[in-house]
Design a protein around this ligand. Structure first.
Ligand SMILES: C[S@@+](CC[C@H](N)C(=O)[O-])C[C@H]1O[C@@H](n2cnc3c(N)ncnc32)[C@H](O)[C@@H]1O
Length: 246
């Protein structure tokens, strides 16, 4: 396992734009059922950790651990692929927006199942191409992402025997992940917003600058609005994000 977690480099400003979106948190917490003890894997700064249960966090990046609020749950430095816990030692294990970063996602998911009686994972389904086709940012500005296996929710669900629930993204989502600003395109012109989204690092600076330039031009000319006017009346969007519950 790498001793040099990516988020030690890209995570320094994570907490500026990434925080708990209450409507999505409610869906995650409902999926945890009656679990009293919860392991949060790839926990980052602690978003989505339920306040009313006994949480243990796992996070390999020291930079991310350092941004956890003082009152956040205790956090262990470890990787999902090798969880330092006994079999079935938690009622539930959760993983939010992290599986696509794991070196071996399947190994990590099986580890979650080993240590917990219930598993809840938030990730995205790219297998039906819905994320790539429906989301204008990938469709019109970042076509290179079509070749990248960002998250294979259906494959992960099969491995752990999970059911999948769609997670709709509210138009004013307060957690600044990749899809969060689908109705607020100007947000992607903001460097602070992009630095909270690993996808922009993944594509590299040249592609990033090209995409931002192109989006800025289309917003100024009215082309973005012309192509995407039907989004402006939507309260929430289905962009292929999924909750896996096993
Ligand atoms: C996008 S952040 C999500 C953090 C948090 N779950 C949240 O929702 O804000 C992804 C996190 O996964 C962590 N991560 C990367 N590889 C990991 C691995 N193999 N095992 C556990 N966590 C990992 C990163 O260090 C980073 O904190």
């Amino acid at each position: 396992m790498s001793n040099d977690p990516l988020y030690d480099t890209i995570g320094t400003t994570y907490a500026v734009t990434r925080r708990t979106e209450p409507r999505i948190a409610a869906q995650v917490w409902a999926a945890l059922g009656a679990a009293r003890t919860v392991l949060n894997v790839g926990a980052g700064t602690g978003s989505y950790e339920p306040p009313d249960r006994e949480v243990t966090a796992v996070e390999p990046s020291a930079v991310m651990r350092a941004q956890r609020p003082a009152e956040a749950a205790r956090c262990v430095a470890a990787f999902a692929e090798s969880l330092p816990f006994e079999d079935q030692s938690f009622d539930a294990a959760m993983a939010f927006a992290t599986v696509h970063h794991w070196q071996d996602p399947i190994a990590g998911l099986l580890e979650m199942q080993r240590v917990a009686r219930r598993v809840v994972v938030f990730t995205c389904d790219t297998t039906e191409q819905n994320w790539r086709r429906r989301f204008w940012l990938t469709r019109d500005y970042l076509p290179e992402l079509a070749a990248s296996p960002v998250g294979l929710a259906s494959e992960f669900a099969r491995v752990i025997g999970a059911r999948m629930e769609p997670v709709l993204i509210p138009w004013d989502c307060v957690d600044g992940f990749f899809e969060a600003y689908w109705r607020r395109p100007e947000a992607y012109l903001d460097e602070n917003v992009r630095r909270g989204i690993s996808m922009w690092t993944r594509v590299g600076p040249d592609v990033e600058q090209r995409a931002v330039r192109s989006l800025r031009d289309d917003l100024a000319s009215g082309k973005w609005a012309e192509r995407n006017h039907e989004l402006l009346d939507l309260e929430a969007a289905e962009l292929g994000l999924r909750l896996l519950i096993a």
